[in-house]
Write a protein that binds this ligand. Structure first.
Ligand code: FPP
Length: 232
């Protein structure tokens, strides 16, 4: 099946679910599932560039993920840190601009400063925006936006004001949200920005996700009739 360039999503959100189950099924510790999940992230970014997608947001760590064991949380942080460290040349050679959304103040200092450095270093790249949702929750995002508006002295706010002040400020709303592993829920991911997103659920566990899975999601997306509440 061919992809039609004019009908591709601009922004794809990805809820990478199933790392733990992938590992448990093999009798491995959960962190090995996340390690394999990181390889799937790398494969997917290659494929996104190949398919000329402009923006991707990965749900890498949610505001609820702090409930996990310290070992697992530290493991995820190490993976993200390592990834950012080793991919500098890749980002610059491929034109990847790294951004993030979420409250970084609770992250280990070395991780947040690594991230800030990469963001600064890649800010002029324009092939693919790689947005990392870290310590992110959709409800916290709305609160963040409204608080910014209150501080600016606004007396009355509208929908666009809230949208423009979310962590995703300046990014297109996600056209497509993909969730792996068979779960069919939004889990507090971009709930404001995703009001009109198309959803694609696949049973594939995240560590097994690859270019073929992404292409399937894109082909499916192209068949959707997006009416935004109107009539065609
Ligand atoms: C959910 O699987 C996945 C996560 C909590 C995210 C894991 C984070 C990474 C792989 C790092 C991503 C880094 C970048 C830079 C994008 P799960 O543990 O909830 O799986 P389960 O439902 O089977 O337990």
């Amino acid at each position: 099946m061919q992809l039609i360039e004019s009908k591709l999503p601009t922004h794809i959100g990805i809820i990478m679910d199933g790392n733990g189950r992938w590992a448990t099924k093999r009798g491995l510790p959960r962190n090995l599932g996340h390690k394999e999940g990181m390889k799937a992230v790398e494969r997917t970014i290659d494929a996104l560039i190949k398919f000329k997608i402009k923006v991707v947001t990965f749900f890498a760590f949610s505001t609820e993920n702090w409930k996990r064991s310290k070992e697992e949380i530290d493991g995820i942080f190490s993976l993200v840190r390592e990834y950012l460290k080793t991919n500098r040349d890749y980002f610059n050679n491929k034109g990847v601009q790294v951004r993030s959304m979420g409250d970084l103040s609770k992250f280990p200092k070395d991780l947040s400063s690594e991230l800030e450095n990469v963001k600064e270093e890649t800010k002029d790249n324009d092939k693919l925006i790689l947005n990392l949702a870290l310590n992110y929750g959709g409800r916290a995002d709305i609160v963040y936006s409204v608080n910014k508006l209150i501080k600016s002295g606004k007396k009355e706010i509208n929908e666009k004001d809230i949208l423009d002040n979310l962590y995703s400020e300046g990014l297109a709303e996600p056209d497509l949200i993909i969730r792996s592993s068979g779960e069919q829920r939004i889990s507090n991911f971009m709930i404001y920005q995703g009001a009109y997103s198309e959803f694609y659920f696949t049973k594939t566990l995240w560590p097994d996700f690859d270019e073929k899975c992404l292409k399937k999601a894109l082909v499916d997306f192209q068949k959707r009739d997006r009416r935004y509440g109107g009539i065609k």
